[in-house]
Design a protein around this ligand. Sequence first.
Ligand SMILES: *Cc1c(COP(=O)(O)O)cnc(C)c1O
Length: 232
Amino acid sequence: MIKENITYVEQQIEKACEVSKRKKDEVTLIAVSKTKPVEMLQEAYDTGCRDFGENKVQELVDKYEVLPKDIRWHMIGHLQRNKVKYIVDKVFLIHSVDSLRLAEEISKEAGKKQATCRILIEVNIAGEISKFGTTKEQVFSLVREIAALPNIEIKGLMTIAPVCEKPEENRKYFEQLRKLSVDINKENIDNVSMDILSMGMTGDYTVAVTEGATMVRVGTGIFGERNYSMNV
Ligand SMILES: *Cc1c(COP(=O)(O)O)cnc(C)c1O
């Protein structure tokens, strides 16, 4: 089932690319595997998937230890500063940086391991009270401050769009995030690129692709519904 699901999602991404005159290889599918057992990740790996998204530090580290080393791990969930040290040299990209204090911790821990940590700035594009992420207004100053830190590289922006009934409802937010990344790029800040736009989940990833997403994060659409009462 996982194999069929991945094939389906890849086809949908391809269609969305055709519609928007983009190249399929501009878009990376991240398989969001939180709460799912390693057997399921292995199955996705065997069908060719190399990018996995997790939102809990412990779970990411546990899976990192037992799965193949060529996997690119994406930290997509809210990250506490005291846990940064466990993942800073294991993850390919941290999508969820929304404060200078967190970035400072990442910079410090990456420095200790003589590594450079790649990050995205999470923007709360719809201004939802319940969500993490910096505001559209604050993102400029935050990017400038973080860019000055050593051992950390800003690669783009990430957003979690509102839960919606119709994916089209989120188009405006995806468009806003893309425009924001264009505006930040124009500032030509050292150490900052806006190559990555991480947006779109199971319910709305095709819309996100037509608005310029370069990474989509799909969980349910690949692994099925999550059961939070079951321990991994
Ligand atoms: C869980 C999660 C996803 C995947 O959600 P689905 O609706 O299952 O595709 C994507 N992004 C983040 C940040 C998540 O926490």
